[in-house]
Design a protein around this ligand. Structure first.
Ligand SMILES: [Zn+2]
Length: 446
């Protein structure tokens, strides 16, 4: 689910970055090629070019109720969003506030559009995909008669149109996304399926069609800086019987043994069931059905248009839910720390996973801070990261593991959802089982 949203929102400039990365001088190209072959070691924070910028984020009122009264509940300082860069700012103090008027938890300051485009640009493959989710979602919509013959279905955050393409052919399909290259691909790939794709911002996109019967906003709302305004826009293009389907992660289901925790750094609003209801009512949508998804923290609702309501009761239990999530997160961090201390010290770590999970290890465990002489190397299956570095540590293809001297090196599997598949791949590449360190007893689908 996370993957779907980062694709939808974060990759607007990824195509540009990808193109730029391919245009390299001959000498640098040689270096990039050699980086795939020989393992390079480095000390942590040996790259000095990273920085933050005031242009990355700006303060905002509560995205649910508009209040400016809030208290801080969570903060990670100088959080680095993926690979090192001397060109663009990649670090931000990630702060989450608790609204004193509606109890919503939200990132403040929040990414500016520039900030989101820079910081989320490399997020796409840091998340695991959720195979089978579109089919489950379509089945769920079918059960509620939301995909009836002739129904006009609008998908917000449609990315490359894969979800729309799988809807029954008897529906009329429309998709909106801000990612212009993705929409171009969608138009090319699904040309014969008569899907109508639009490039646009979710608050202001042009929709000159007949009003949709069903609108889907699946795992998108939690990423938006102004979710209420987007819901108002959707209300403005709807008819009286339009059904709006929204799916988000909710804080009531936030406790997890993943050290990434519930307060994902690319989520700008951490909704509860109540704050989602407030947000939707303020925009003119009344929730009529709601279900918890059985195997992950998703909460899916169906809403109908209503008169906007500004005063809504709030739930004092929401802070308790926030604290439960934080409590479990601290337990997860303690358990991960114990796993890191278990193997015999070897002086060298190869870390498999150059994404947000490894930045969390840097932020909240002693892995990178225990001994100033330790050497690190990274491997990742994302080819876009090869030849780059994170906090000075070079990132390689996993193929380099074949040539490592494991008598003096441990391999850390730095992934939650990918723990099992990475461990298998490491064994297949000849890493001795006793040198492989994993962080989780159990991995739950999320
Ligand atoms: Zn509020």
């Amino acid at each position: 689910m996370k993957r779907r949203v980062t694709r939808a929102l974060g990759l607007a400039i990824r195509g540009t970055l990808r193109s730029a990365a391919l245009v390299v001088p001959a000498a640098q190209e040689t270096f990039l090629q050699s980086a795939h072959k020989a393992l390079e070691w480095a000390r942590i924070d040996s790259f000095l070019g990273n920085r933050s910028s005031p242009a990355l984020a700006s303060h905002r009122p509560c995205p649910v109720c508009g209040s400016i009264r809030s208290k801080n509940v969570f903060e990670l300082t100088d959080f680095q969003f993926y690979c090192d860069s001397a060109e663009v700012p990649k670090r931000l103090n990630v702060r989450d506030d608790f609204c004193l008027d509606c109890f919503a938890v939200y990132m403040n300051p929040c990414f500016t559009p520039y900030g989101f485009s820079v910081l989320a640009a490399e997020a796409g493959r840091s998340y695991g995909s959720s195979e089978g989710r579109p089919d489950e979602q379509i089945g769920w919509l079918n059960e509620r008669a939301l995909l009836a013959p002739g129904a006009r279905v609008l998908d917000i955050g449609c990315f490359d149109g894969a979800f729309l393409a799988r809807l029954p052919s008897h529906t009329r399909k429309f998709g909106v996304d801000i990612d212009a290259p993705a929409i171009e691909r969608a138009r090319a790939v699904h040309a014969e399926k008569s899907i109508h794709f639009t490039v646009g911002d979710f608050e202001t996109f042009e929709f000159n069609e007949e009003a949709p019967d069903t609108i889907t906003v699946l795992m998108v709302l939690e990423h938006l800086p102004r979710p209420t305004e987007v819901l108002r826009k959707l209300r403005s293009i709807s008819h009286a019987n339009t059904k709006l389907v929204v799916e988000i992660p909710v804080v009531e289901r936030g406790p997890t043994n993943d050290i990434n925790g519930f307060f994902a750094t690319l989520h700008t609003t951490h909704f509860s069931r109540q704050t989602l209801a407030i947000c939707m009512l303020r925009a003119g949508w009344r929730i009529e059905q709601a279900t918890n998804q059985p195997d992950y923290n998703g909460y899916r609702v169906v809403a109908s248009p209503c008169e906007p309501v500004s005063l809504v009761s709030k739930n004092v239990e929401d802070l308790t839910s926030v604290n439960r999530s934080l409590e479990r997160w601290h337990v997860a961090v303690r358990e991960a720390e114990a796993r890191l201390r278990a193997p015999a010290a070897a002086g060298r770590w190869v870390v498999w996973g150059a994404g947000g999970h490894t930045e969390f290890l840097y932020q909240v465990t002693t892995l990178f801070h225990a001994d100033g002489d330790e050497l690190f190397a990274l491997v990742d299956s994302d080819t876009l990261k090869h030849g780059k570095s994170w906090r000075g540590v070079p990132i390689h293809s996993p193929d380099v593991l074949r040539d490592v001297d494991w008598s003096r090196t441990n391999l850390l599997v730095s992934s939650y959802g990918g723990q099992e598949s990475i461990t298998k791949a490491a064994l297949a590449l000849g890493v001795p089982a006793e040198r492989i360190v994993t962080l989780y007893d159990q991995v739950h689908r999320c």
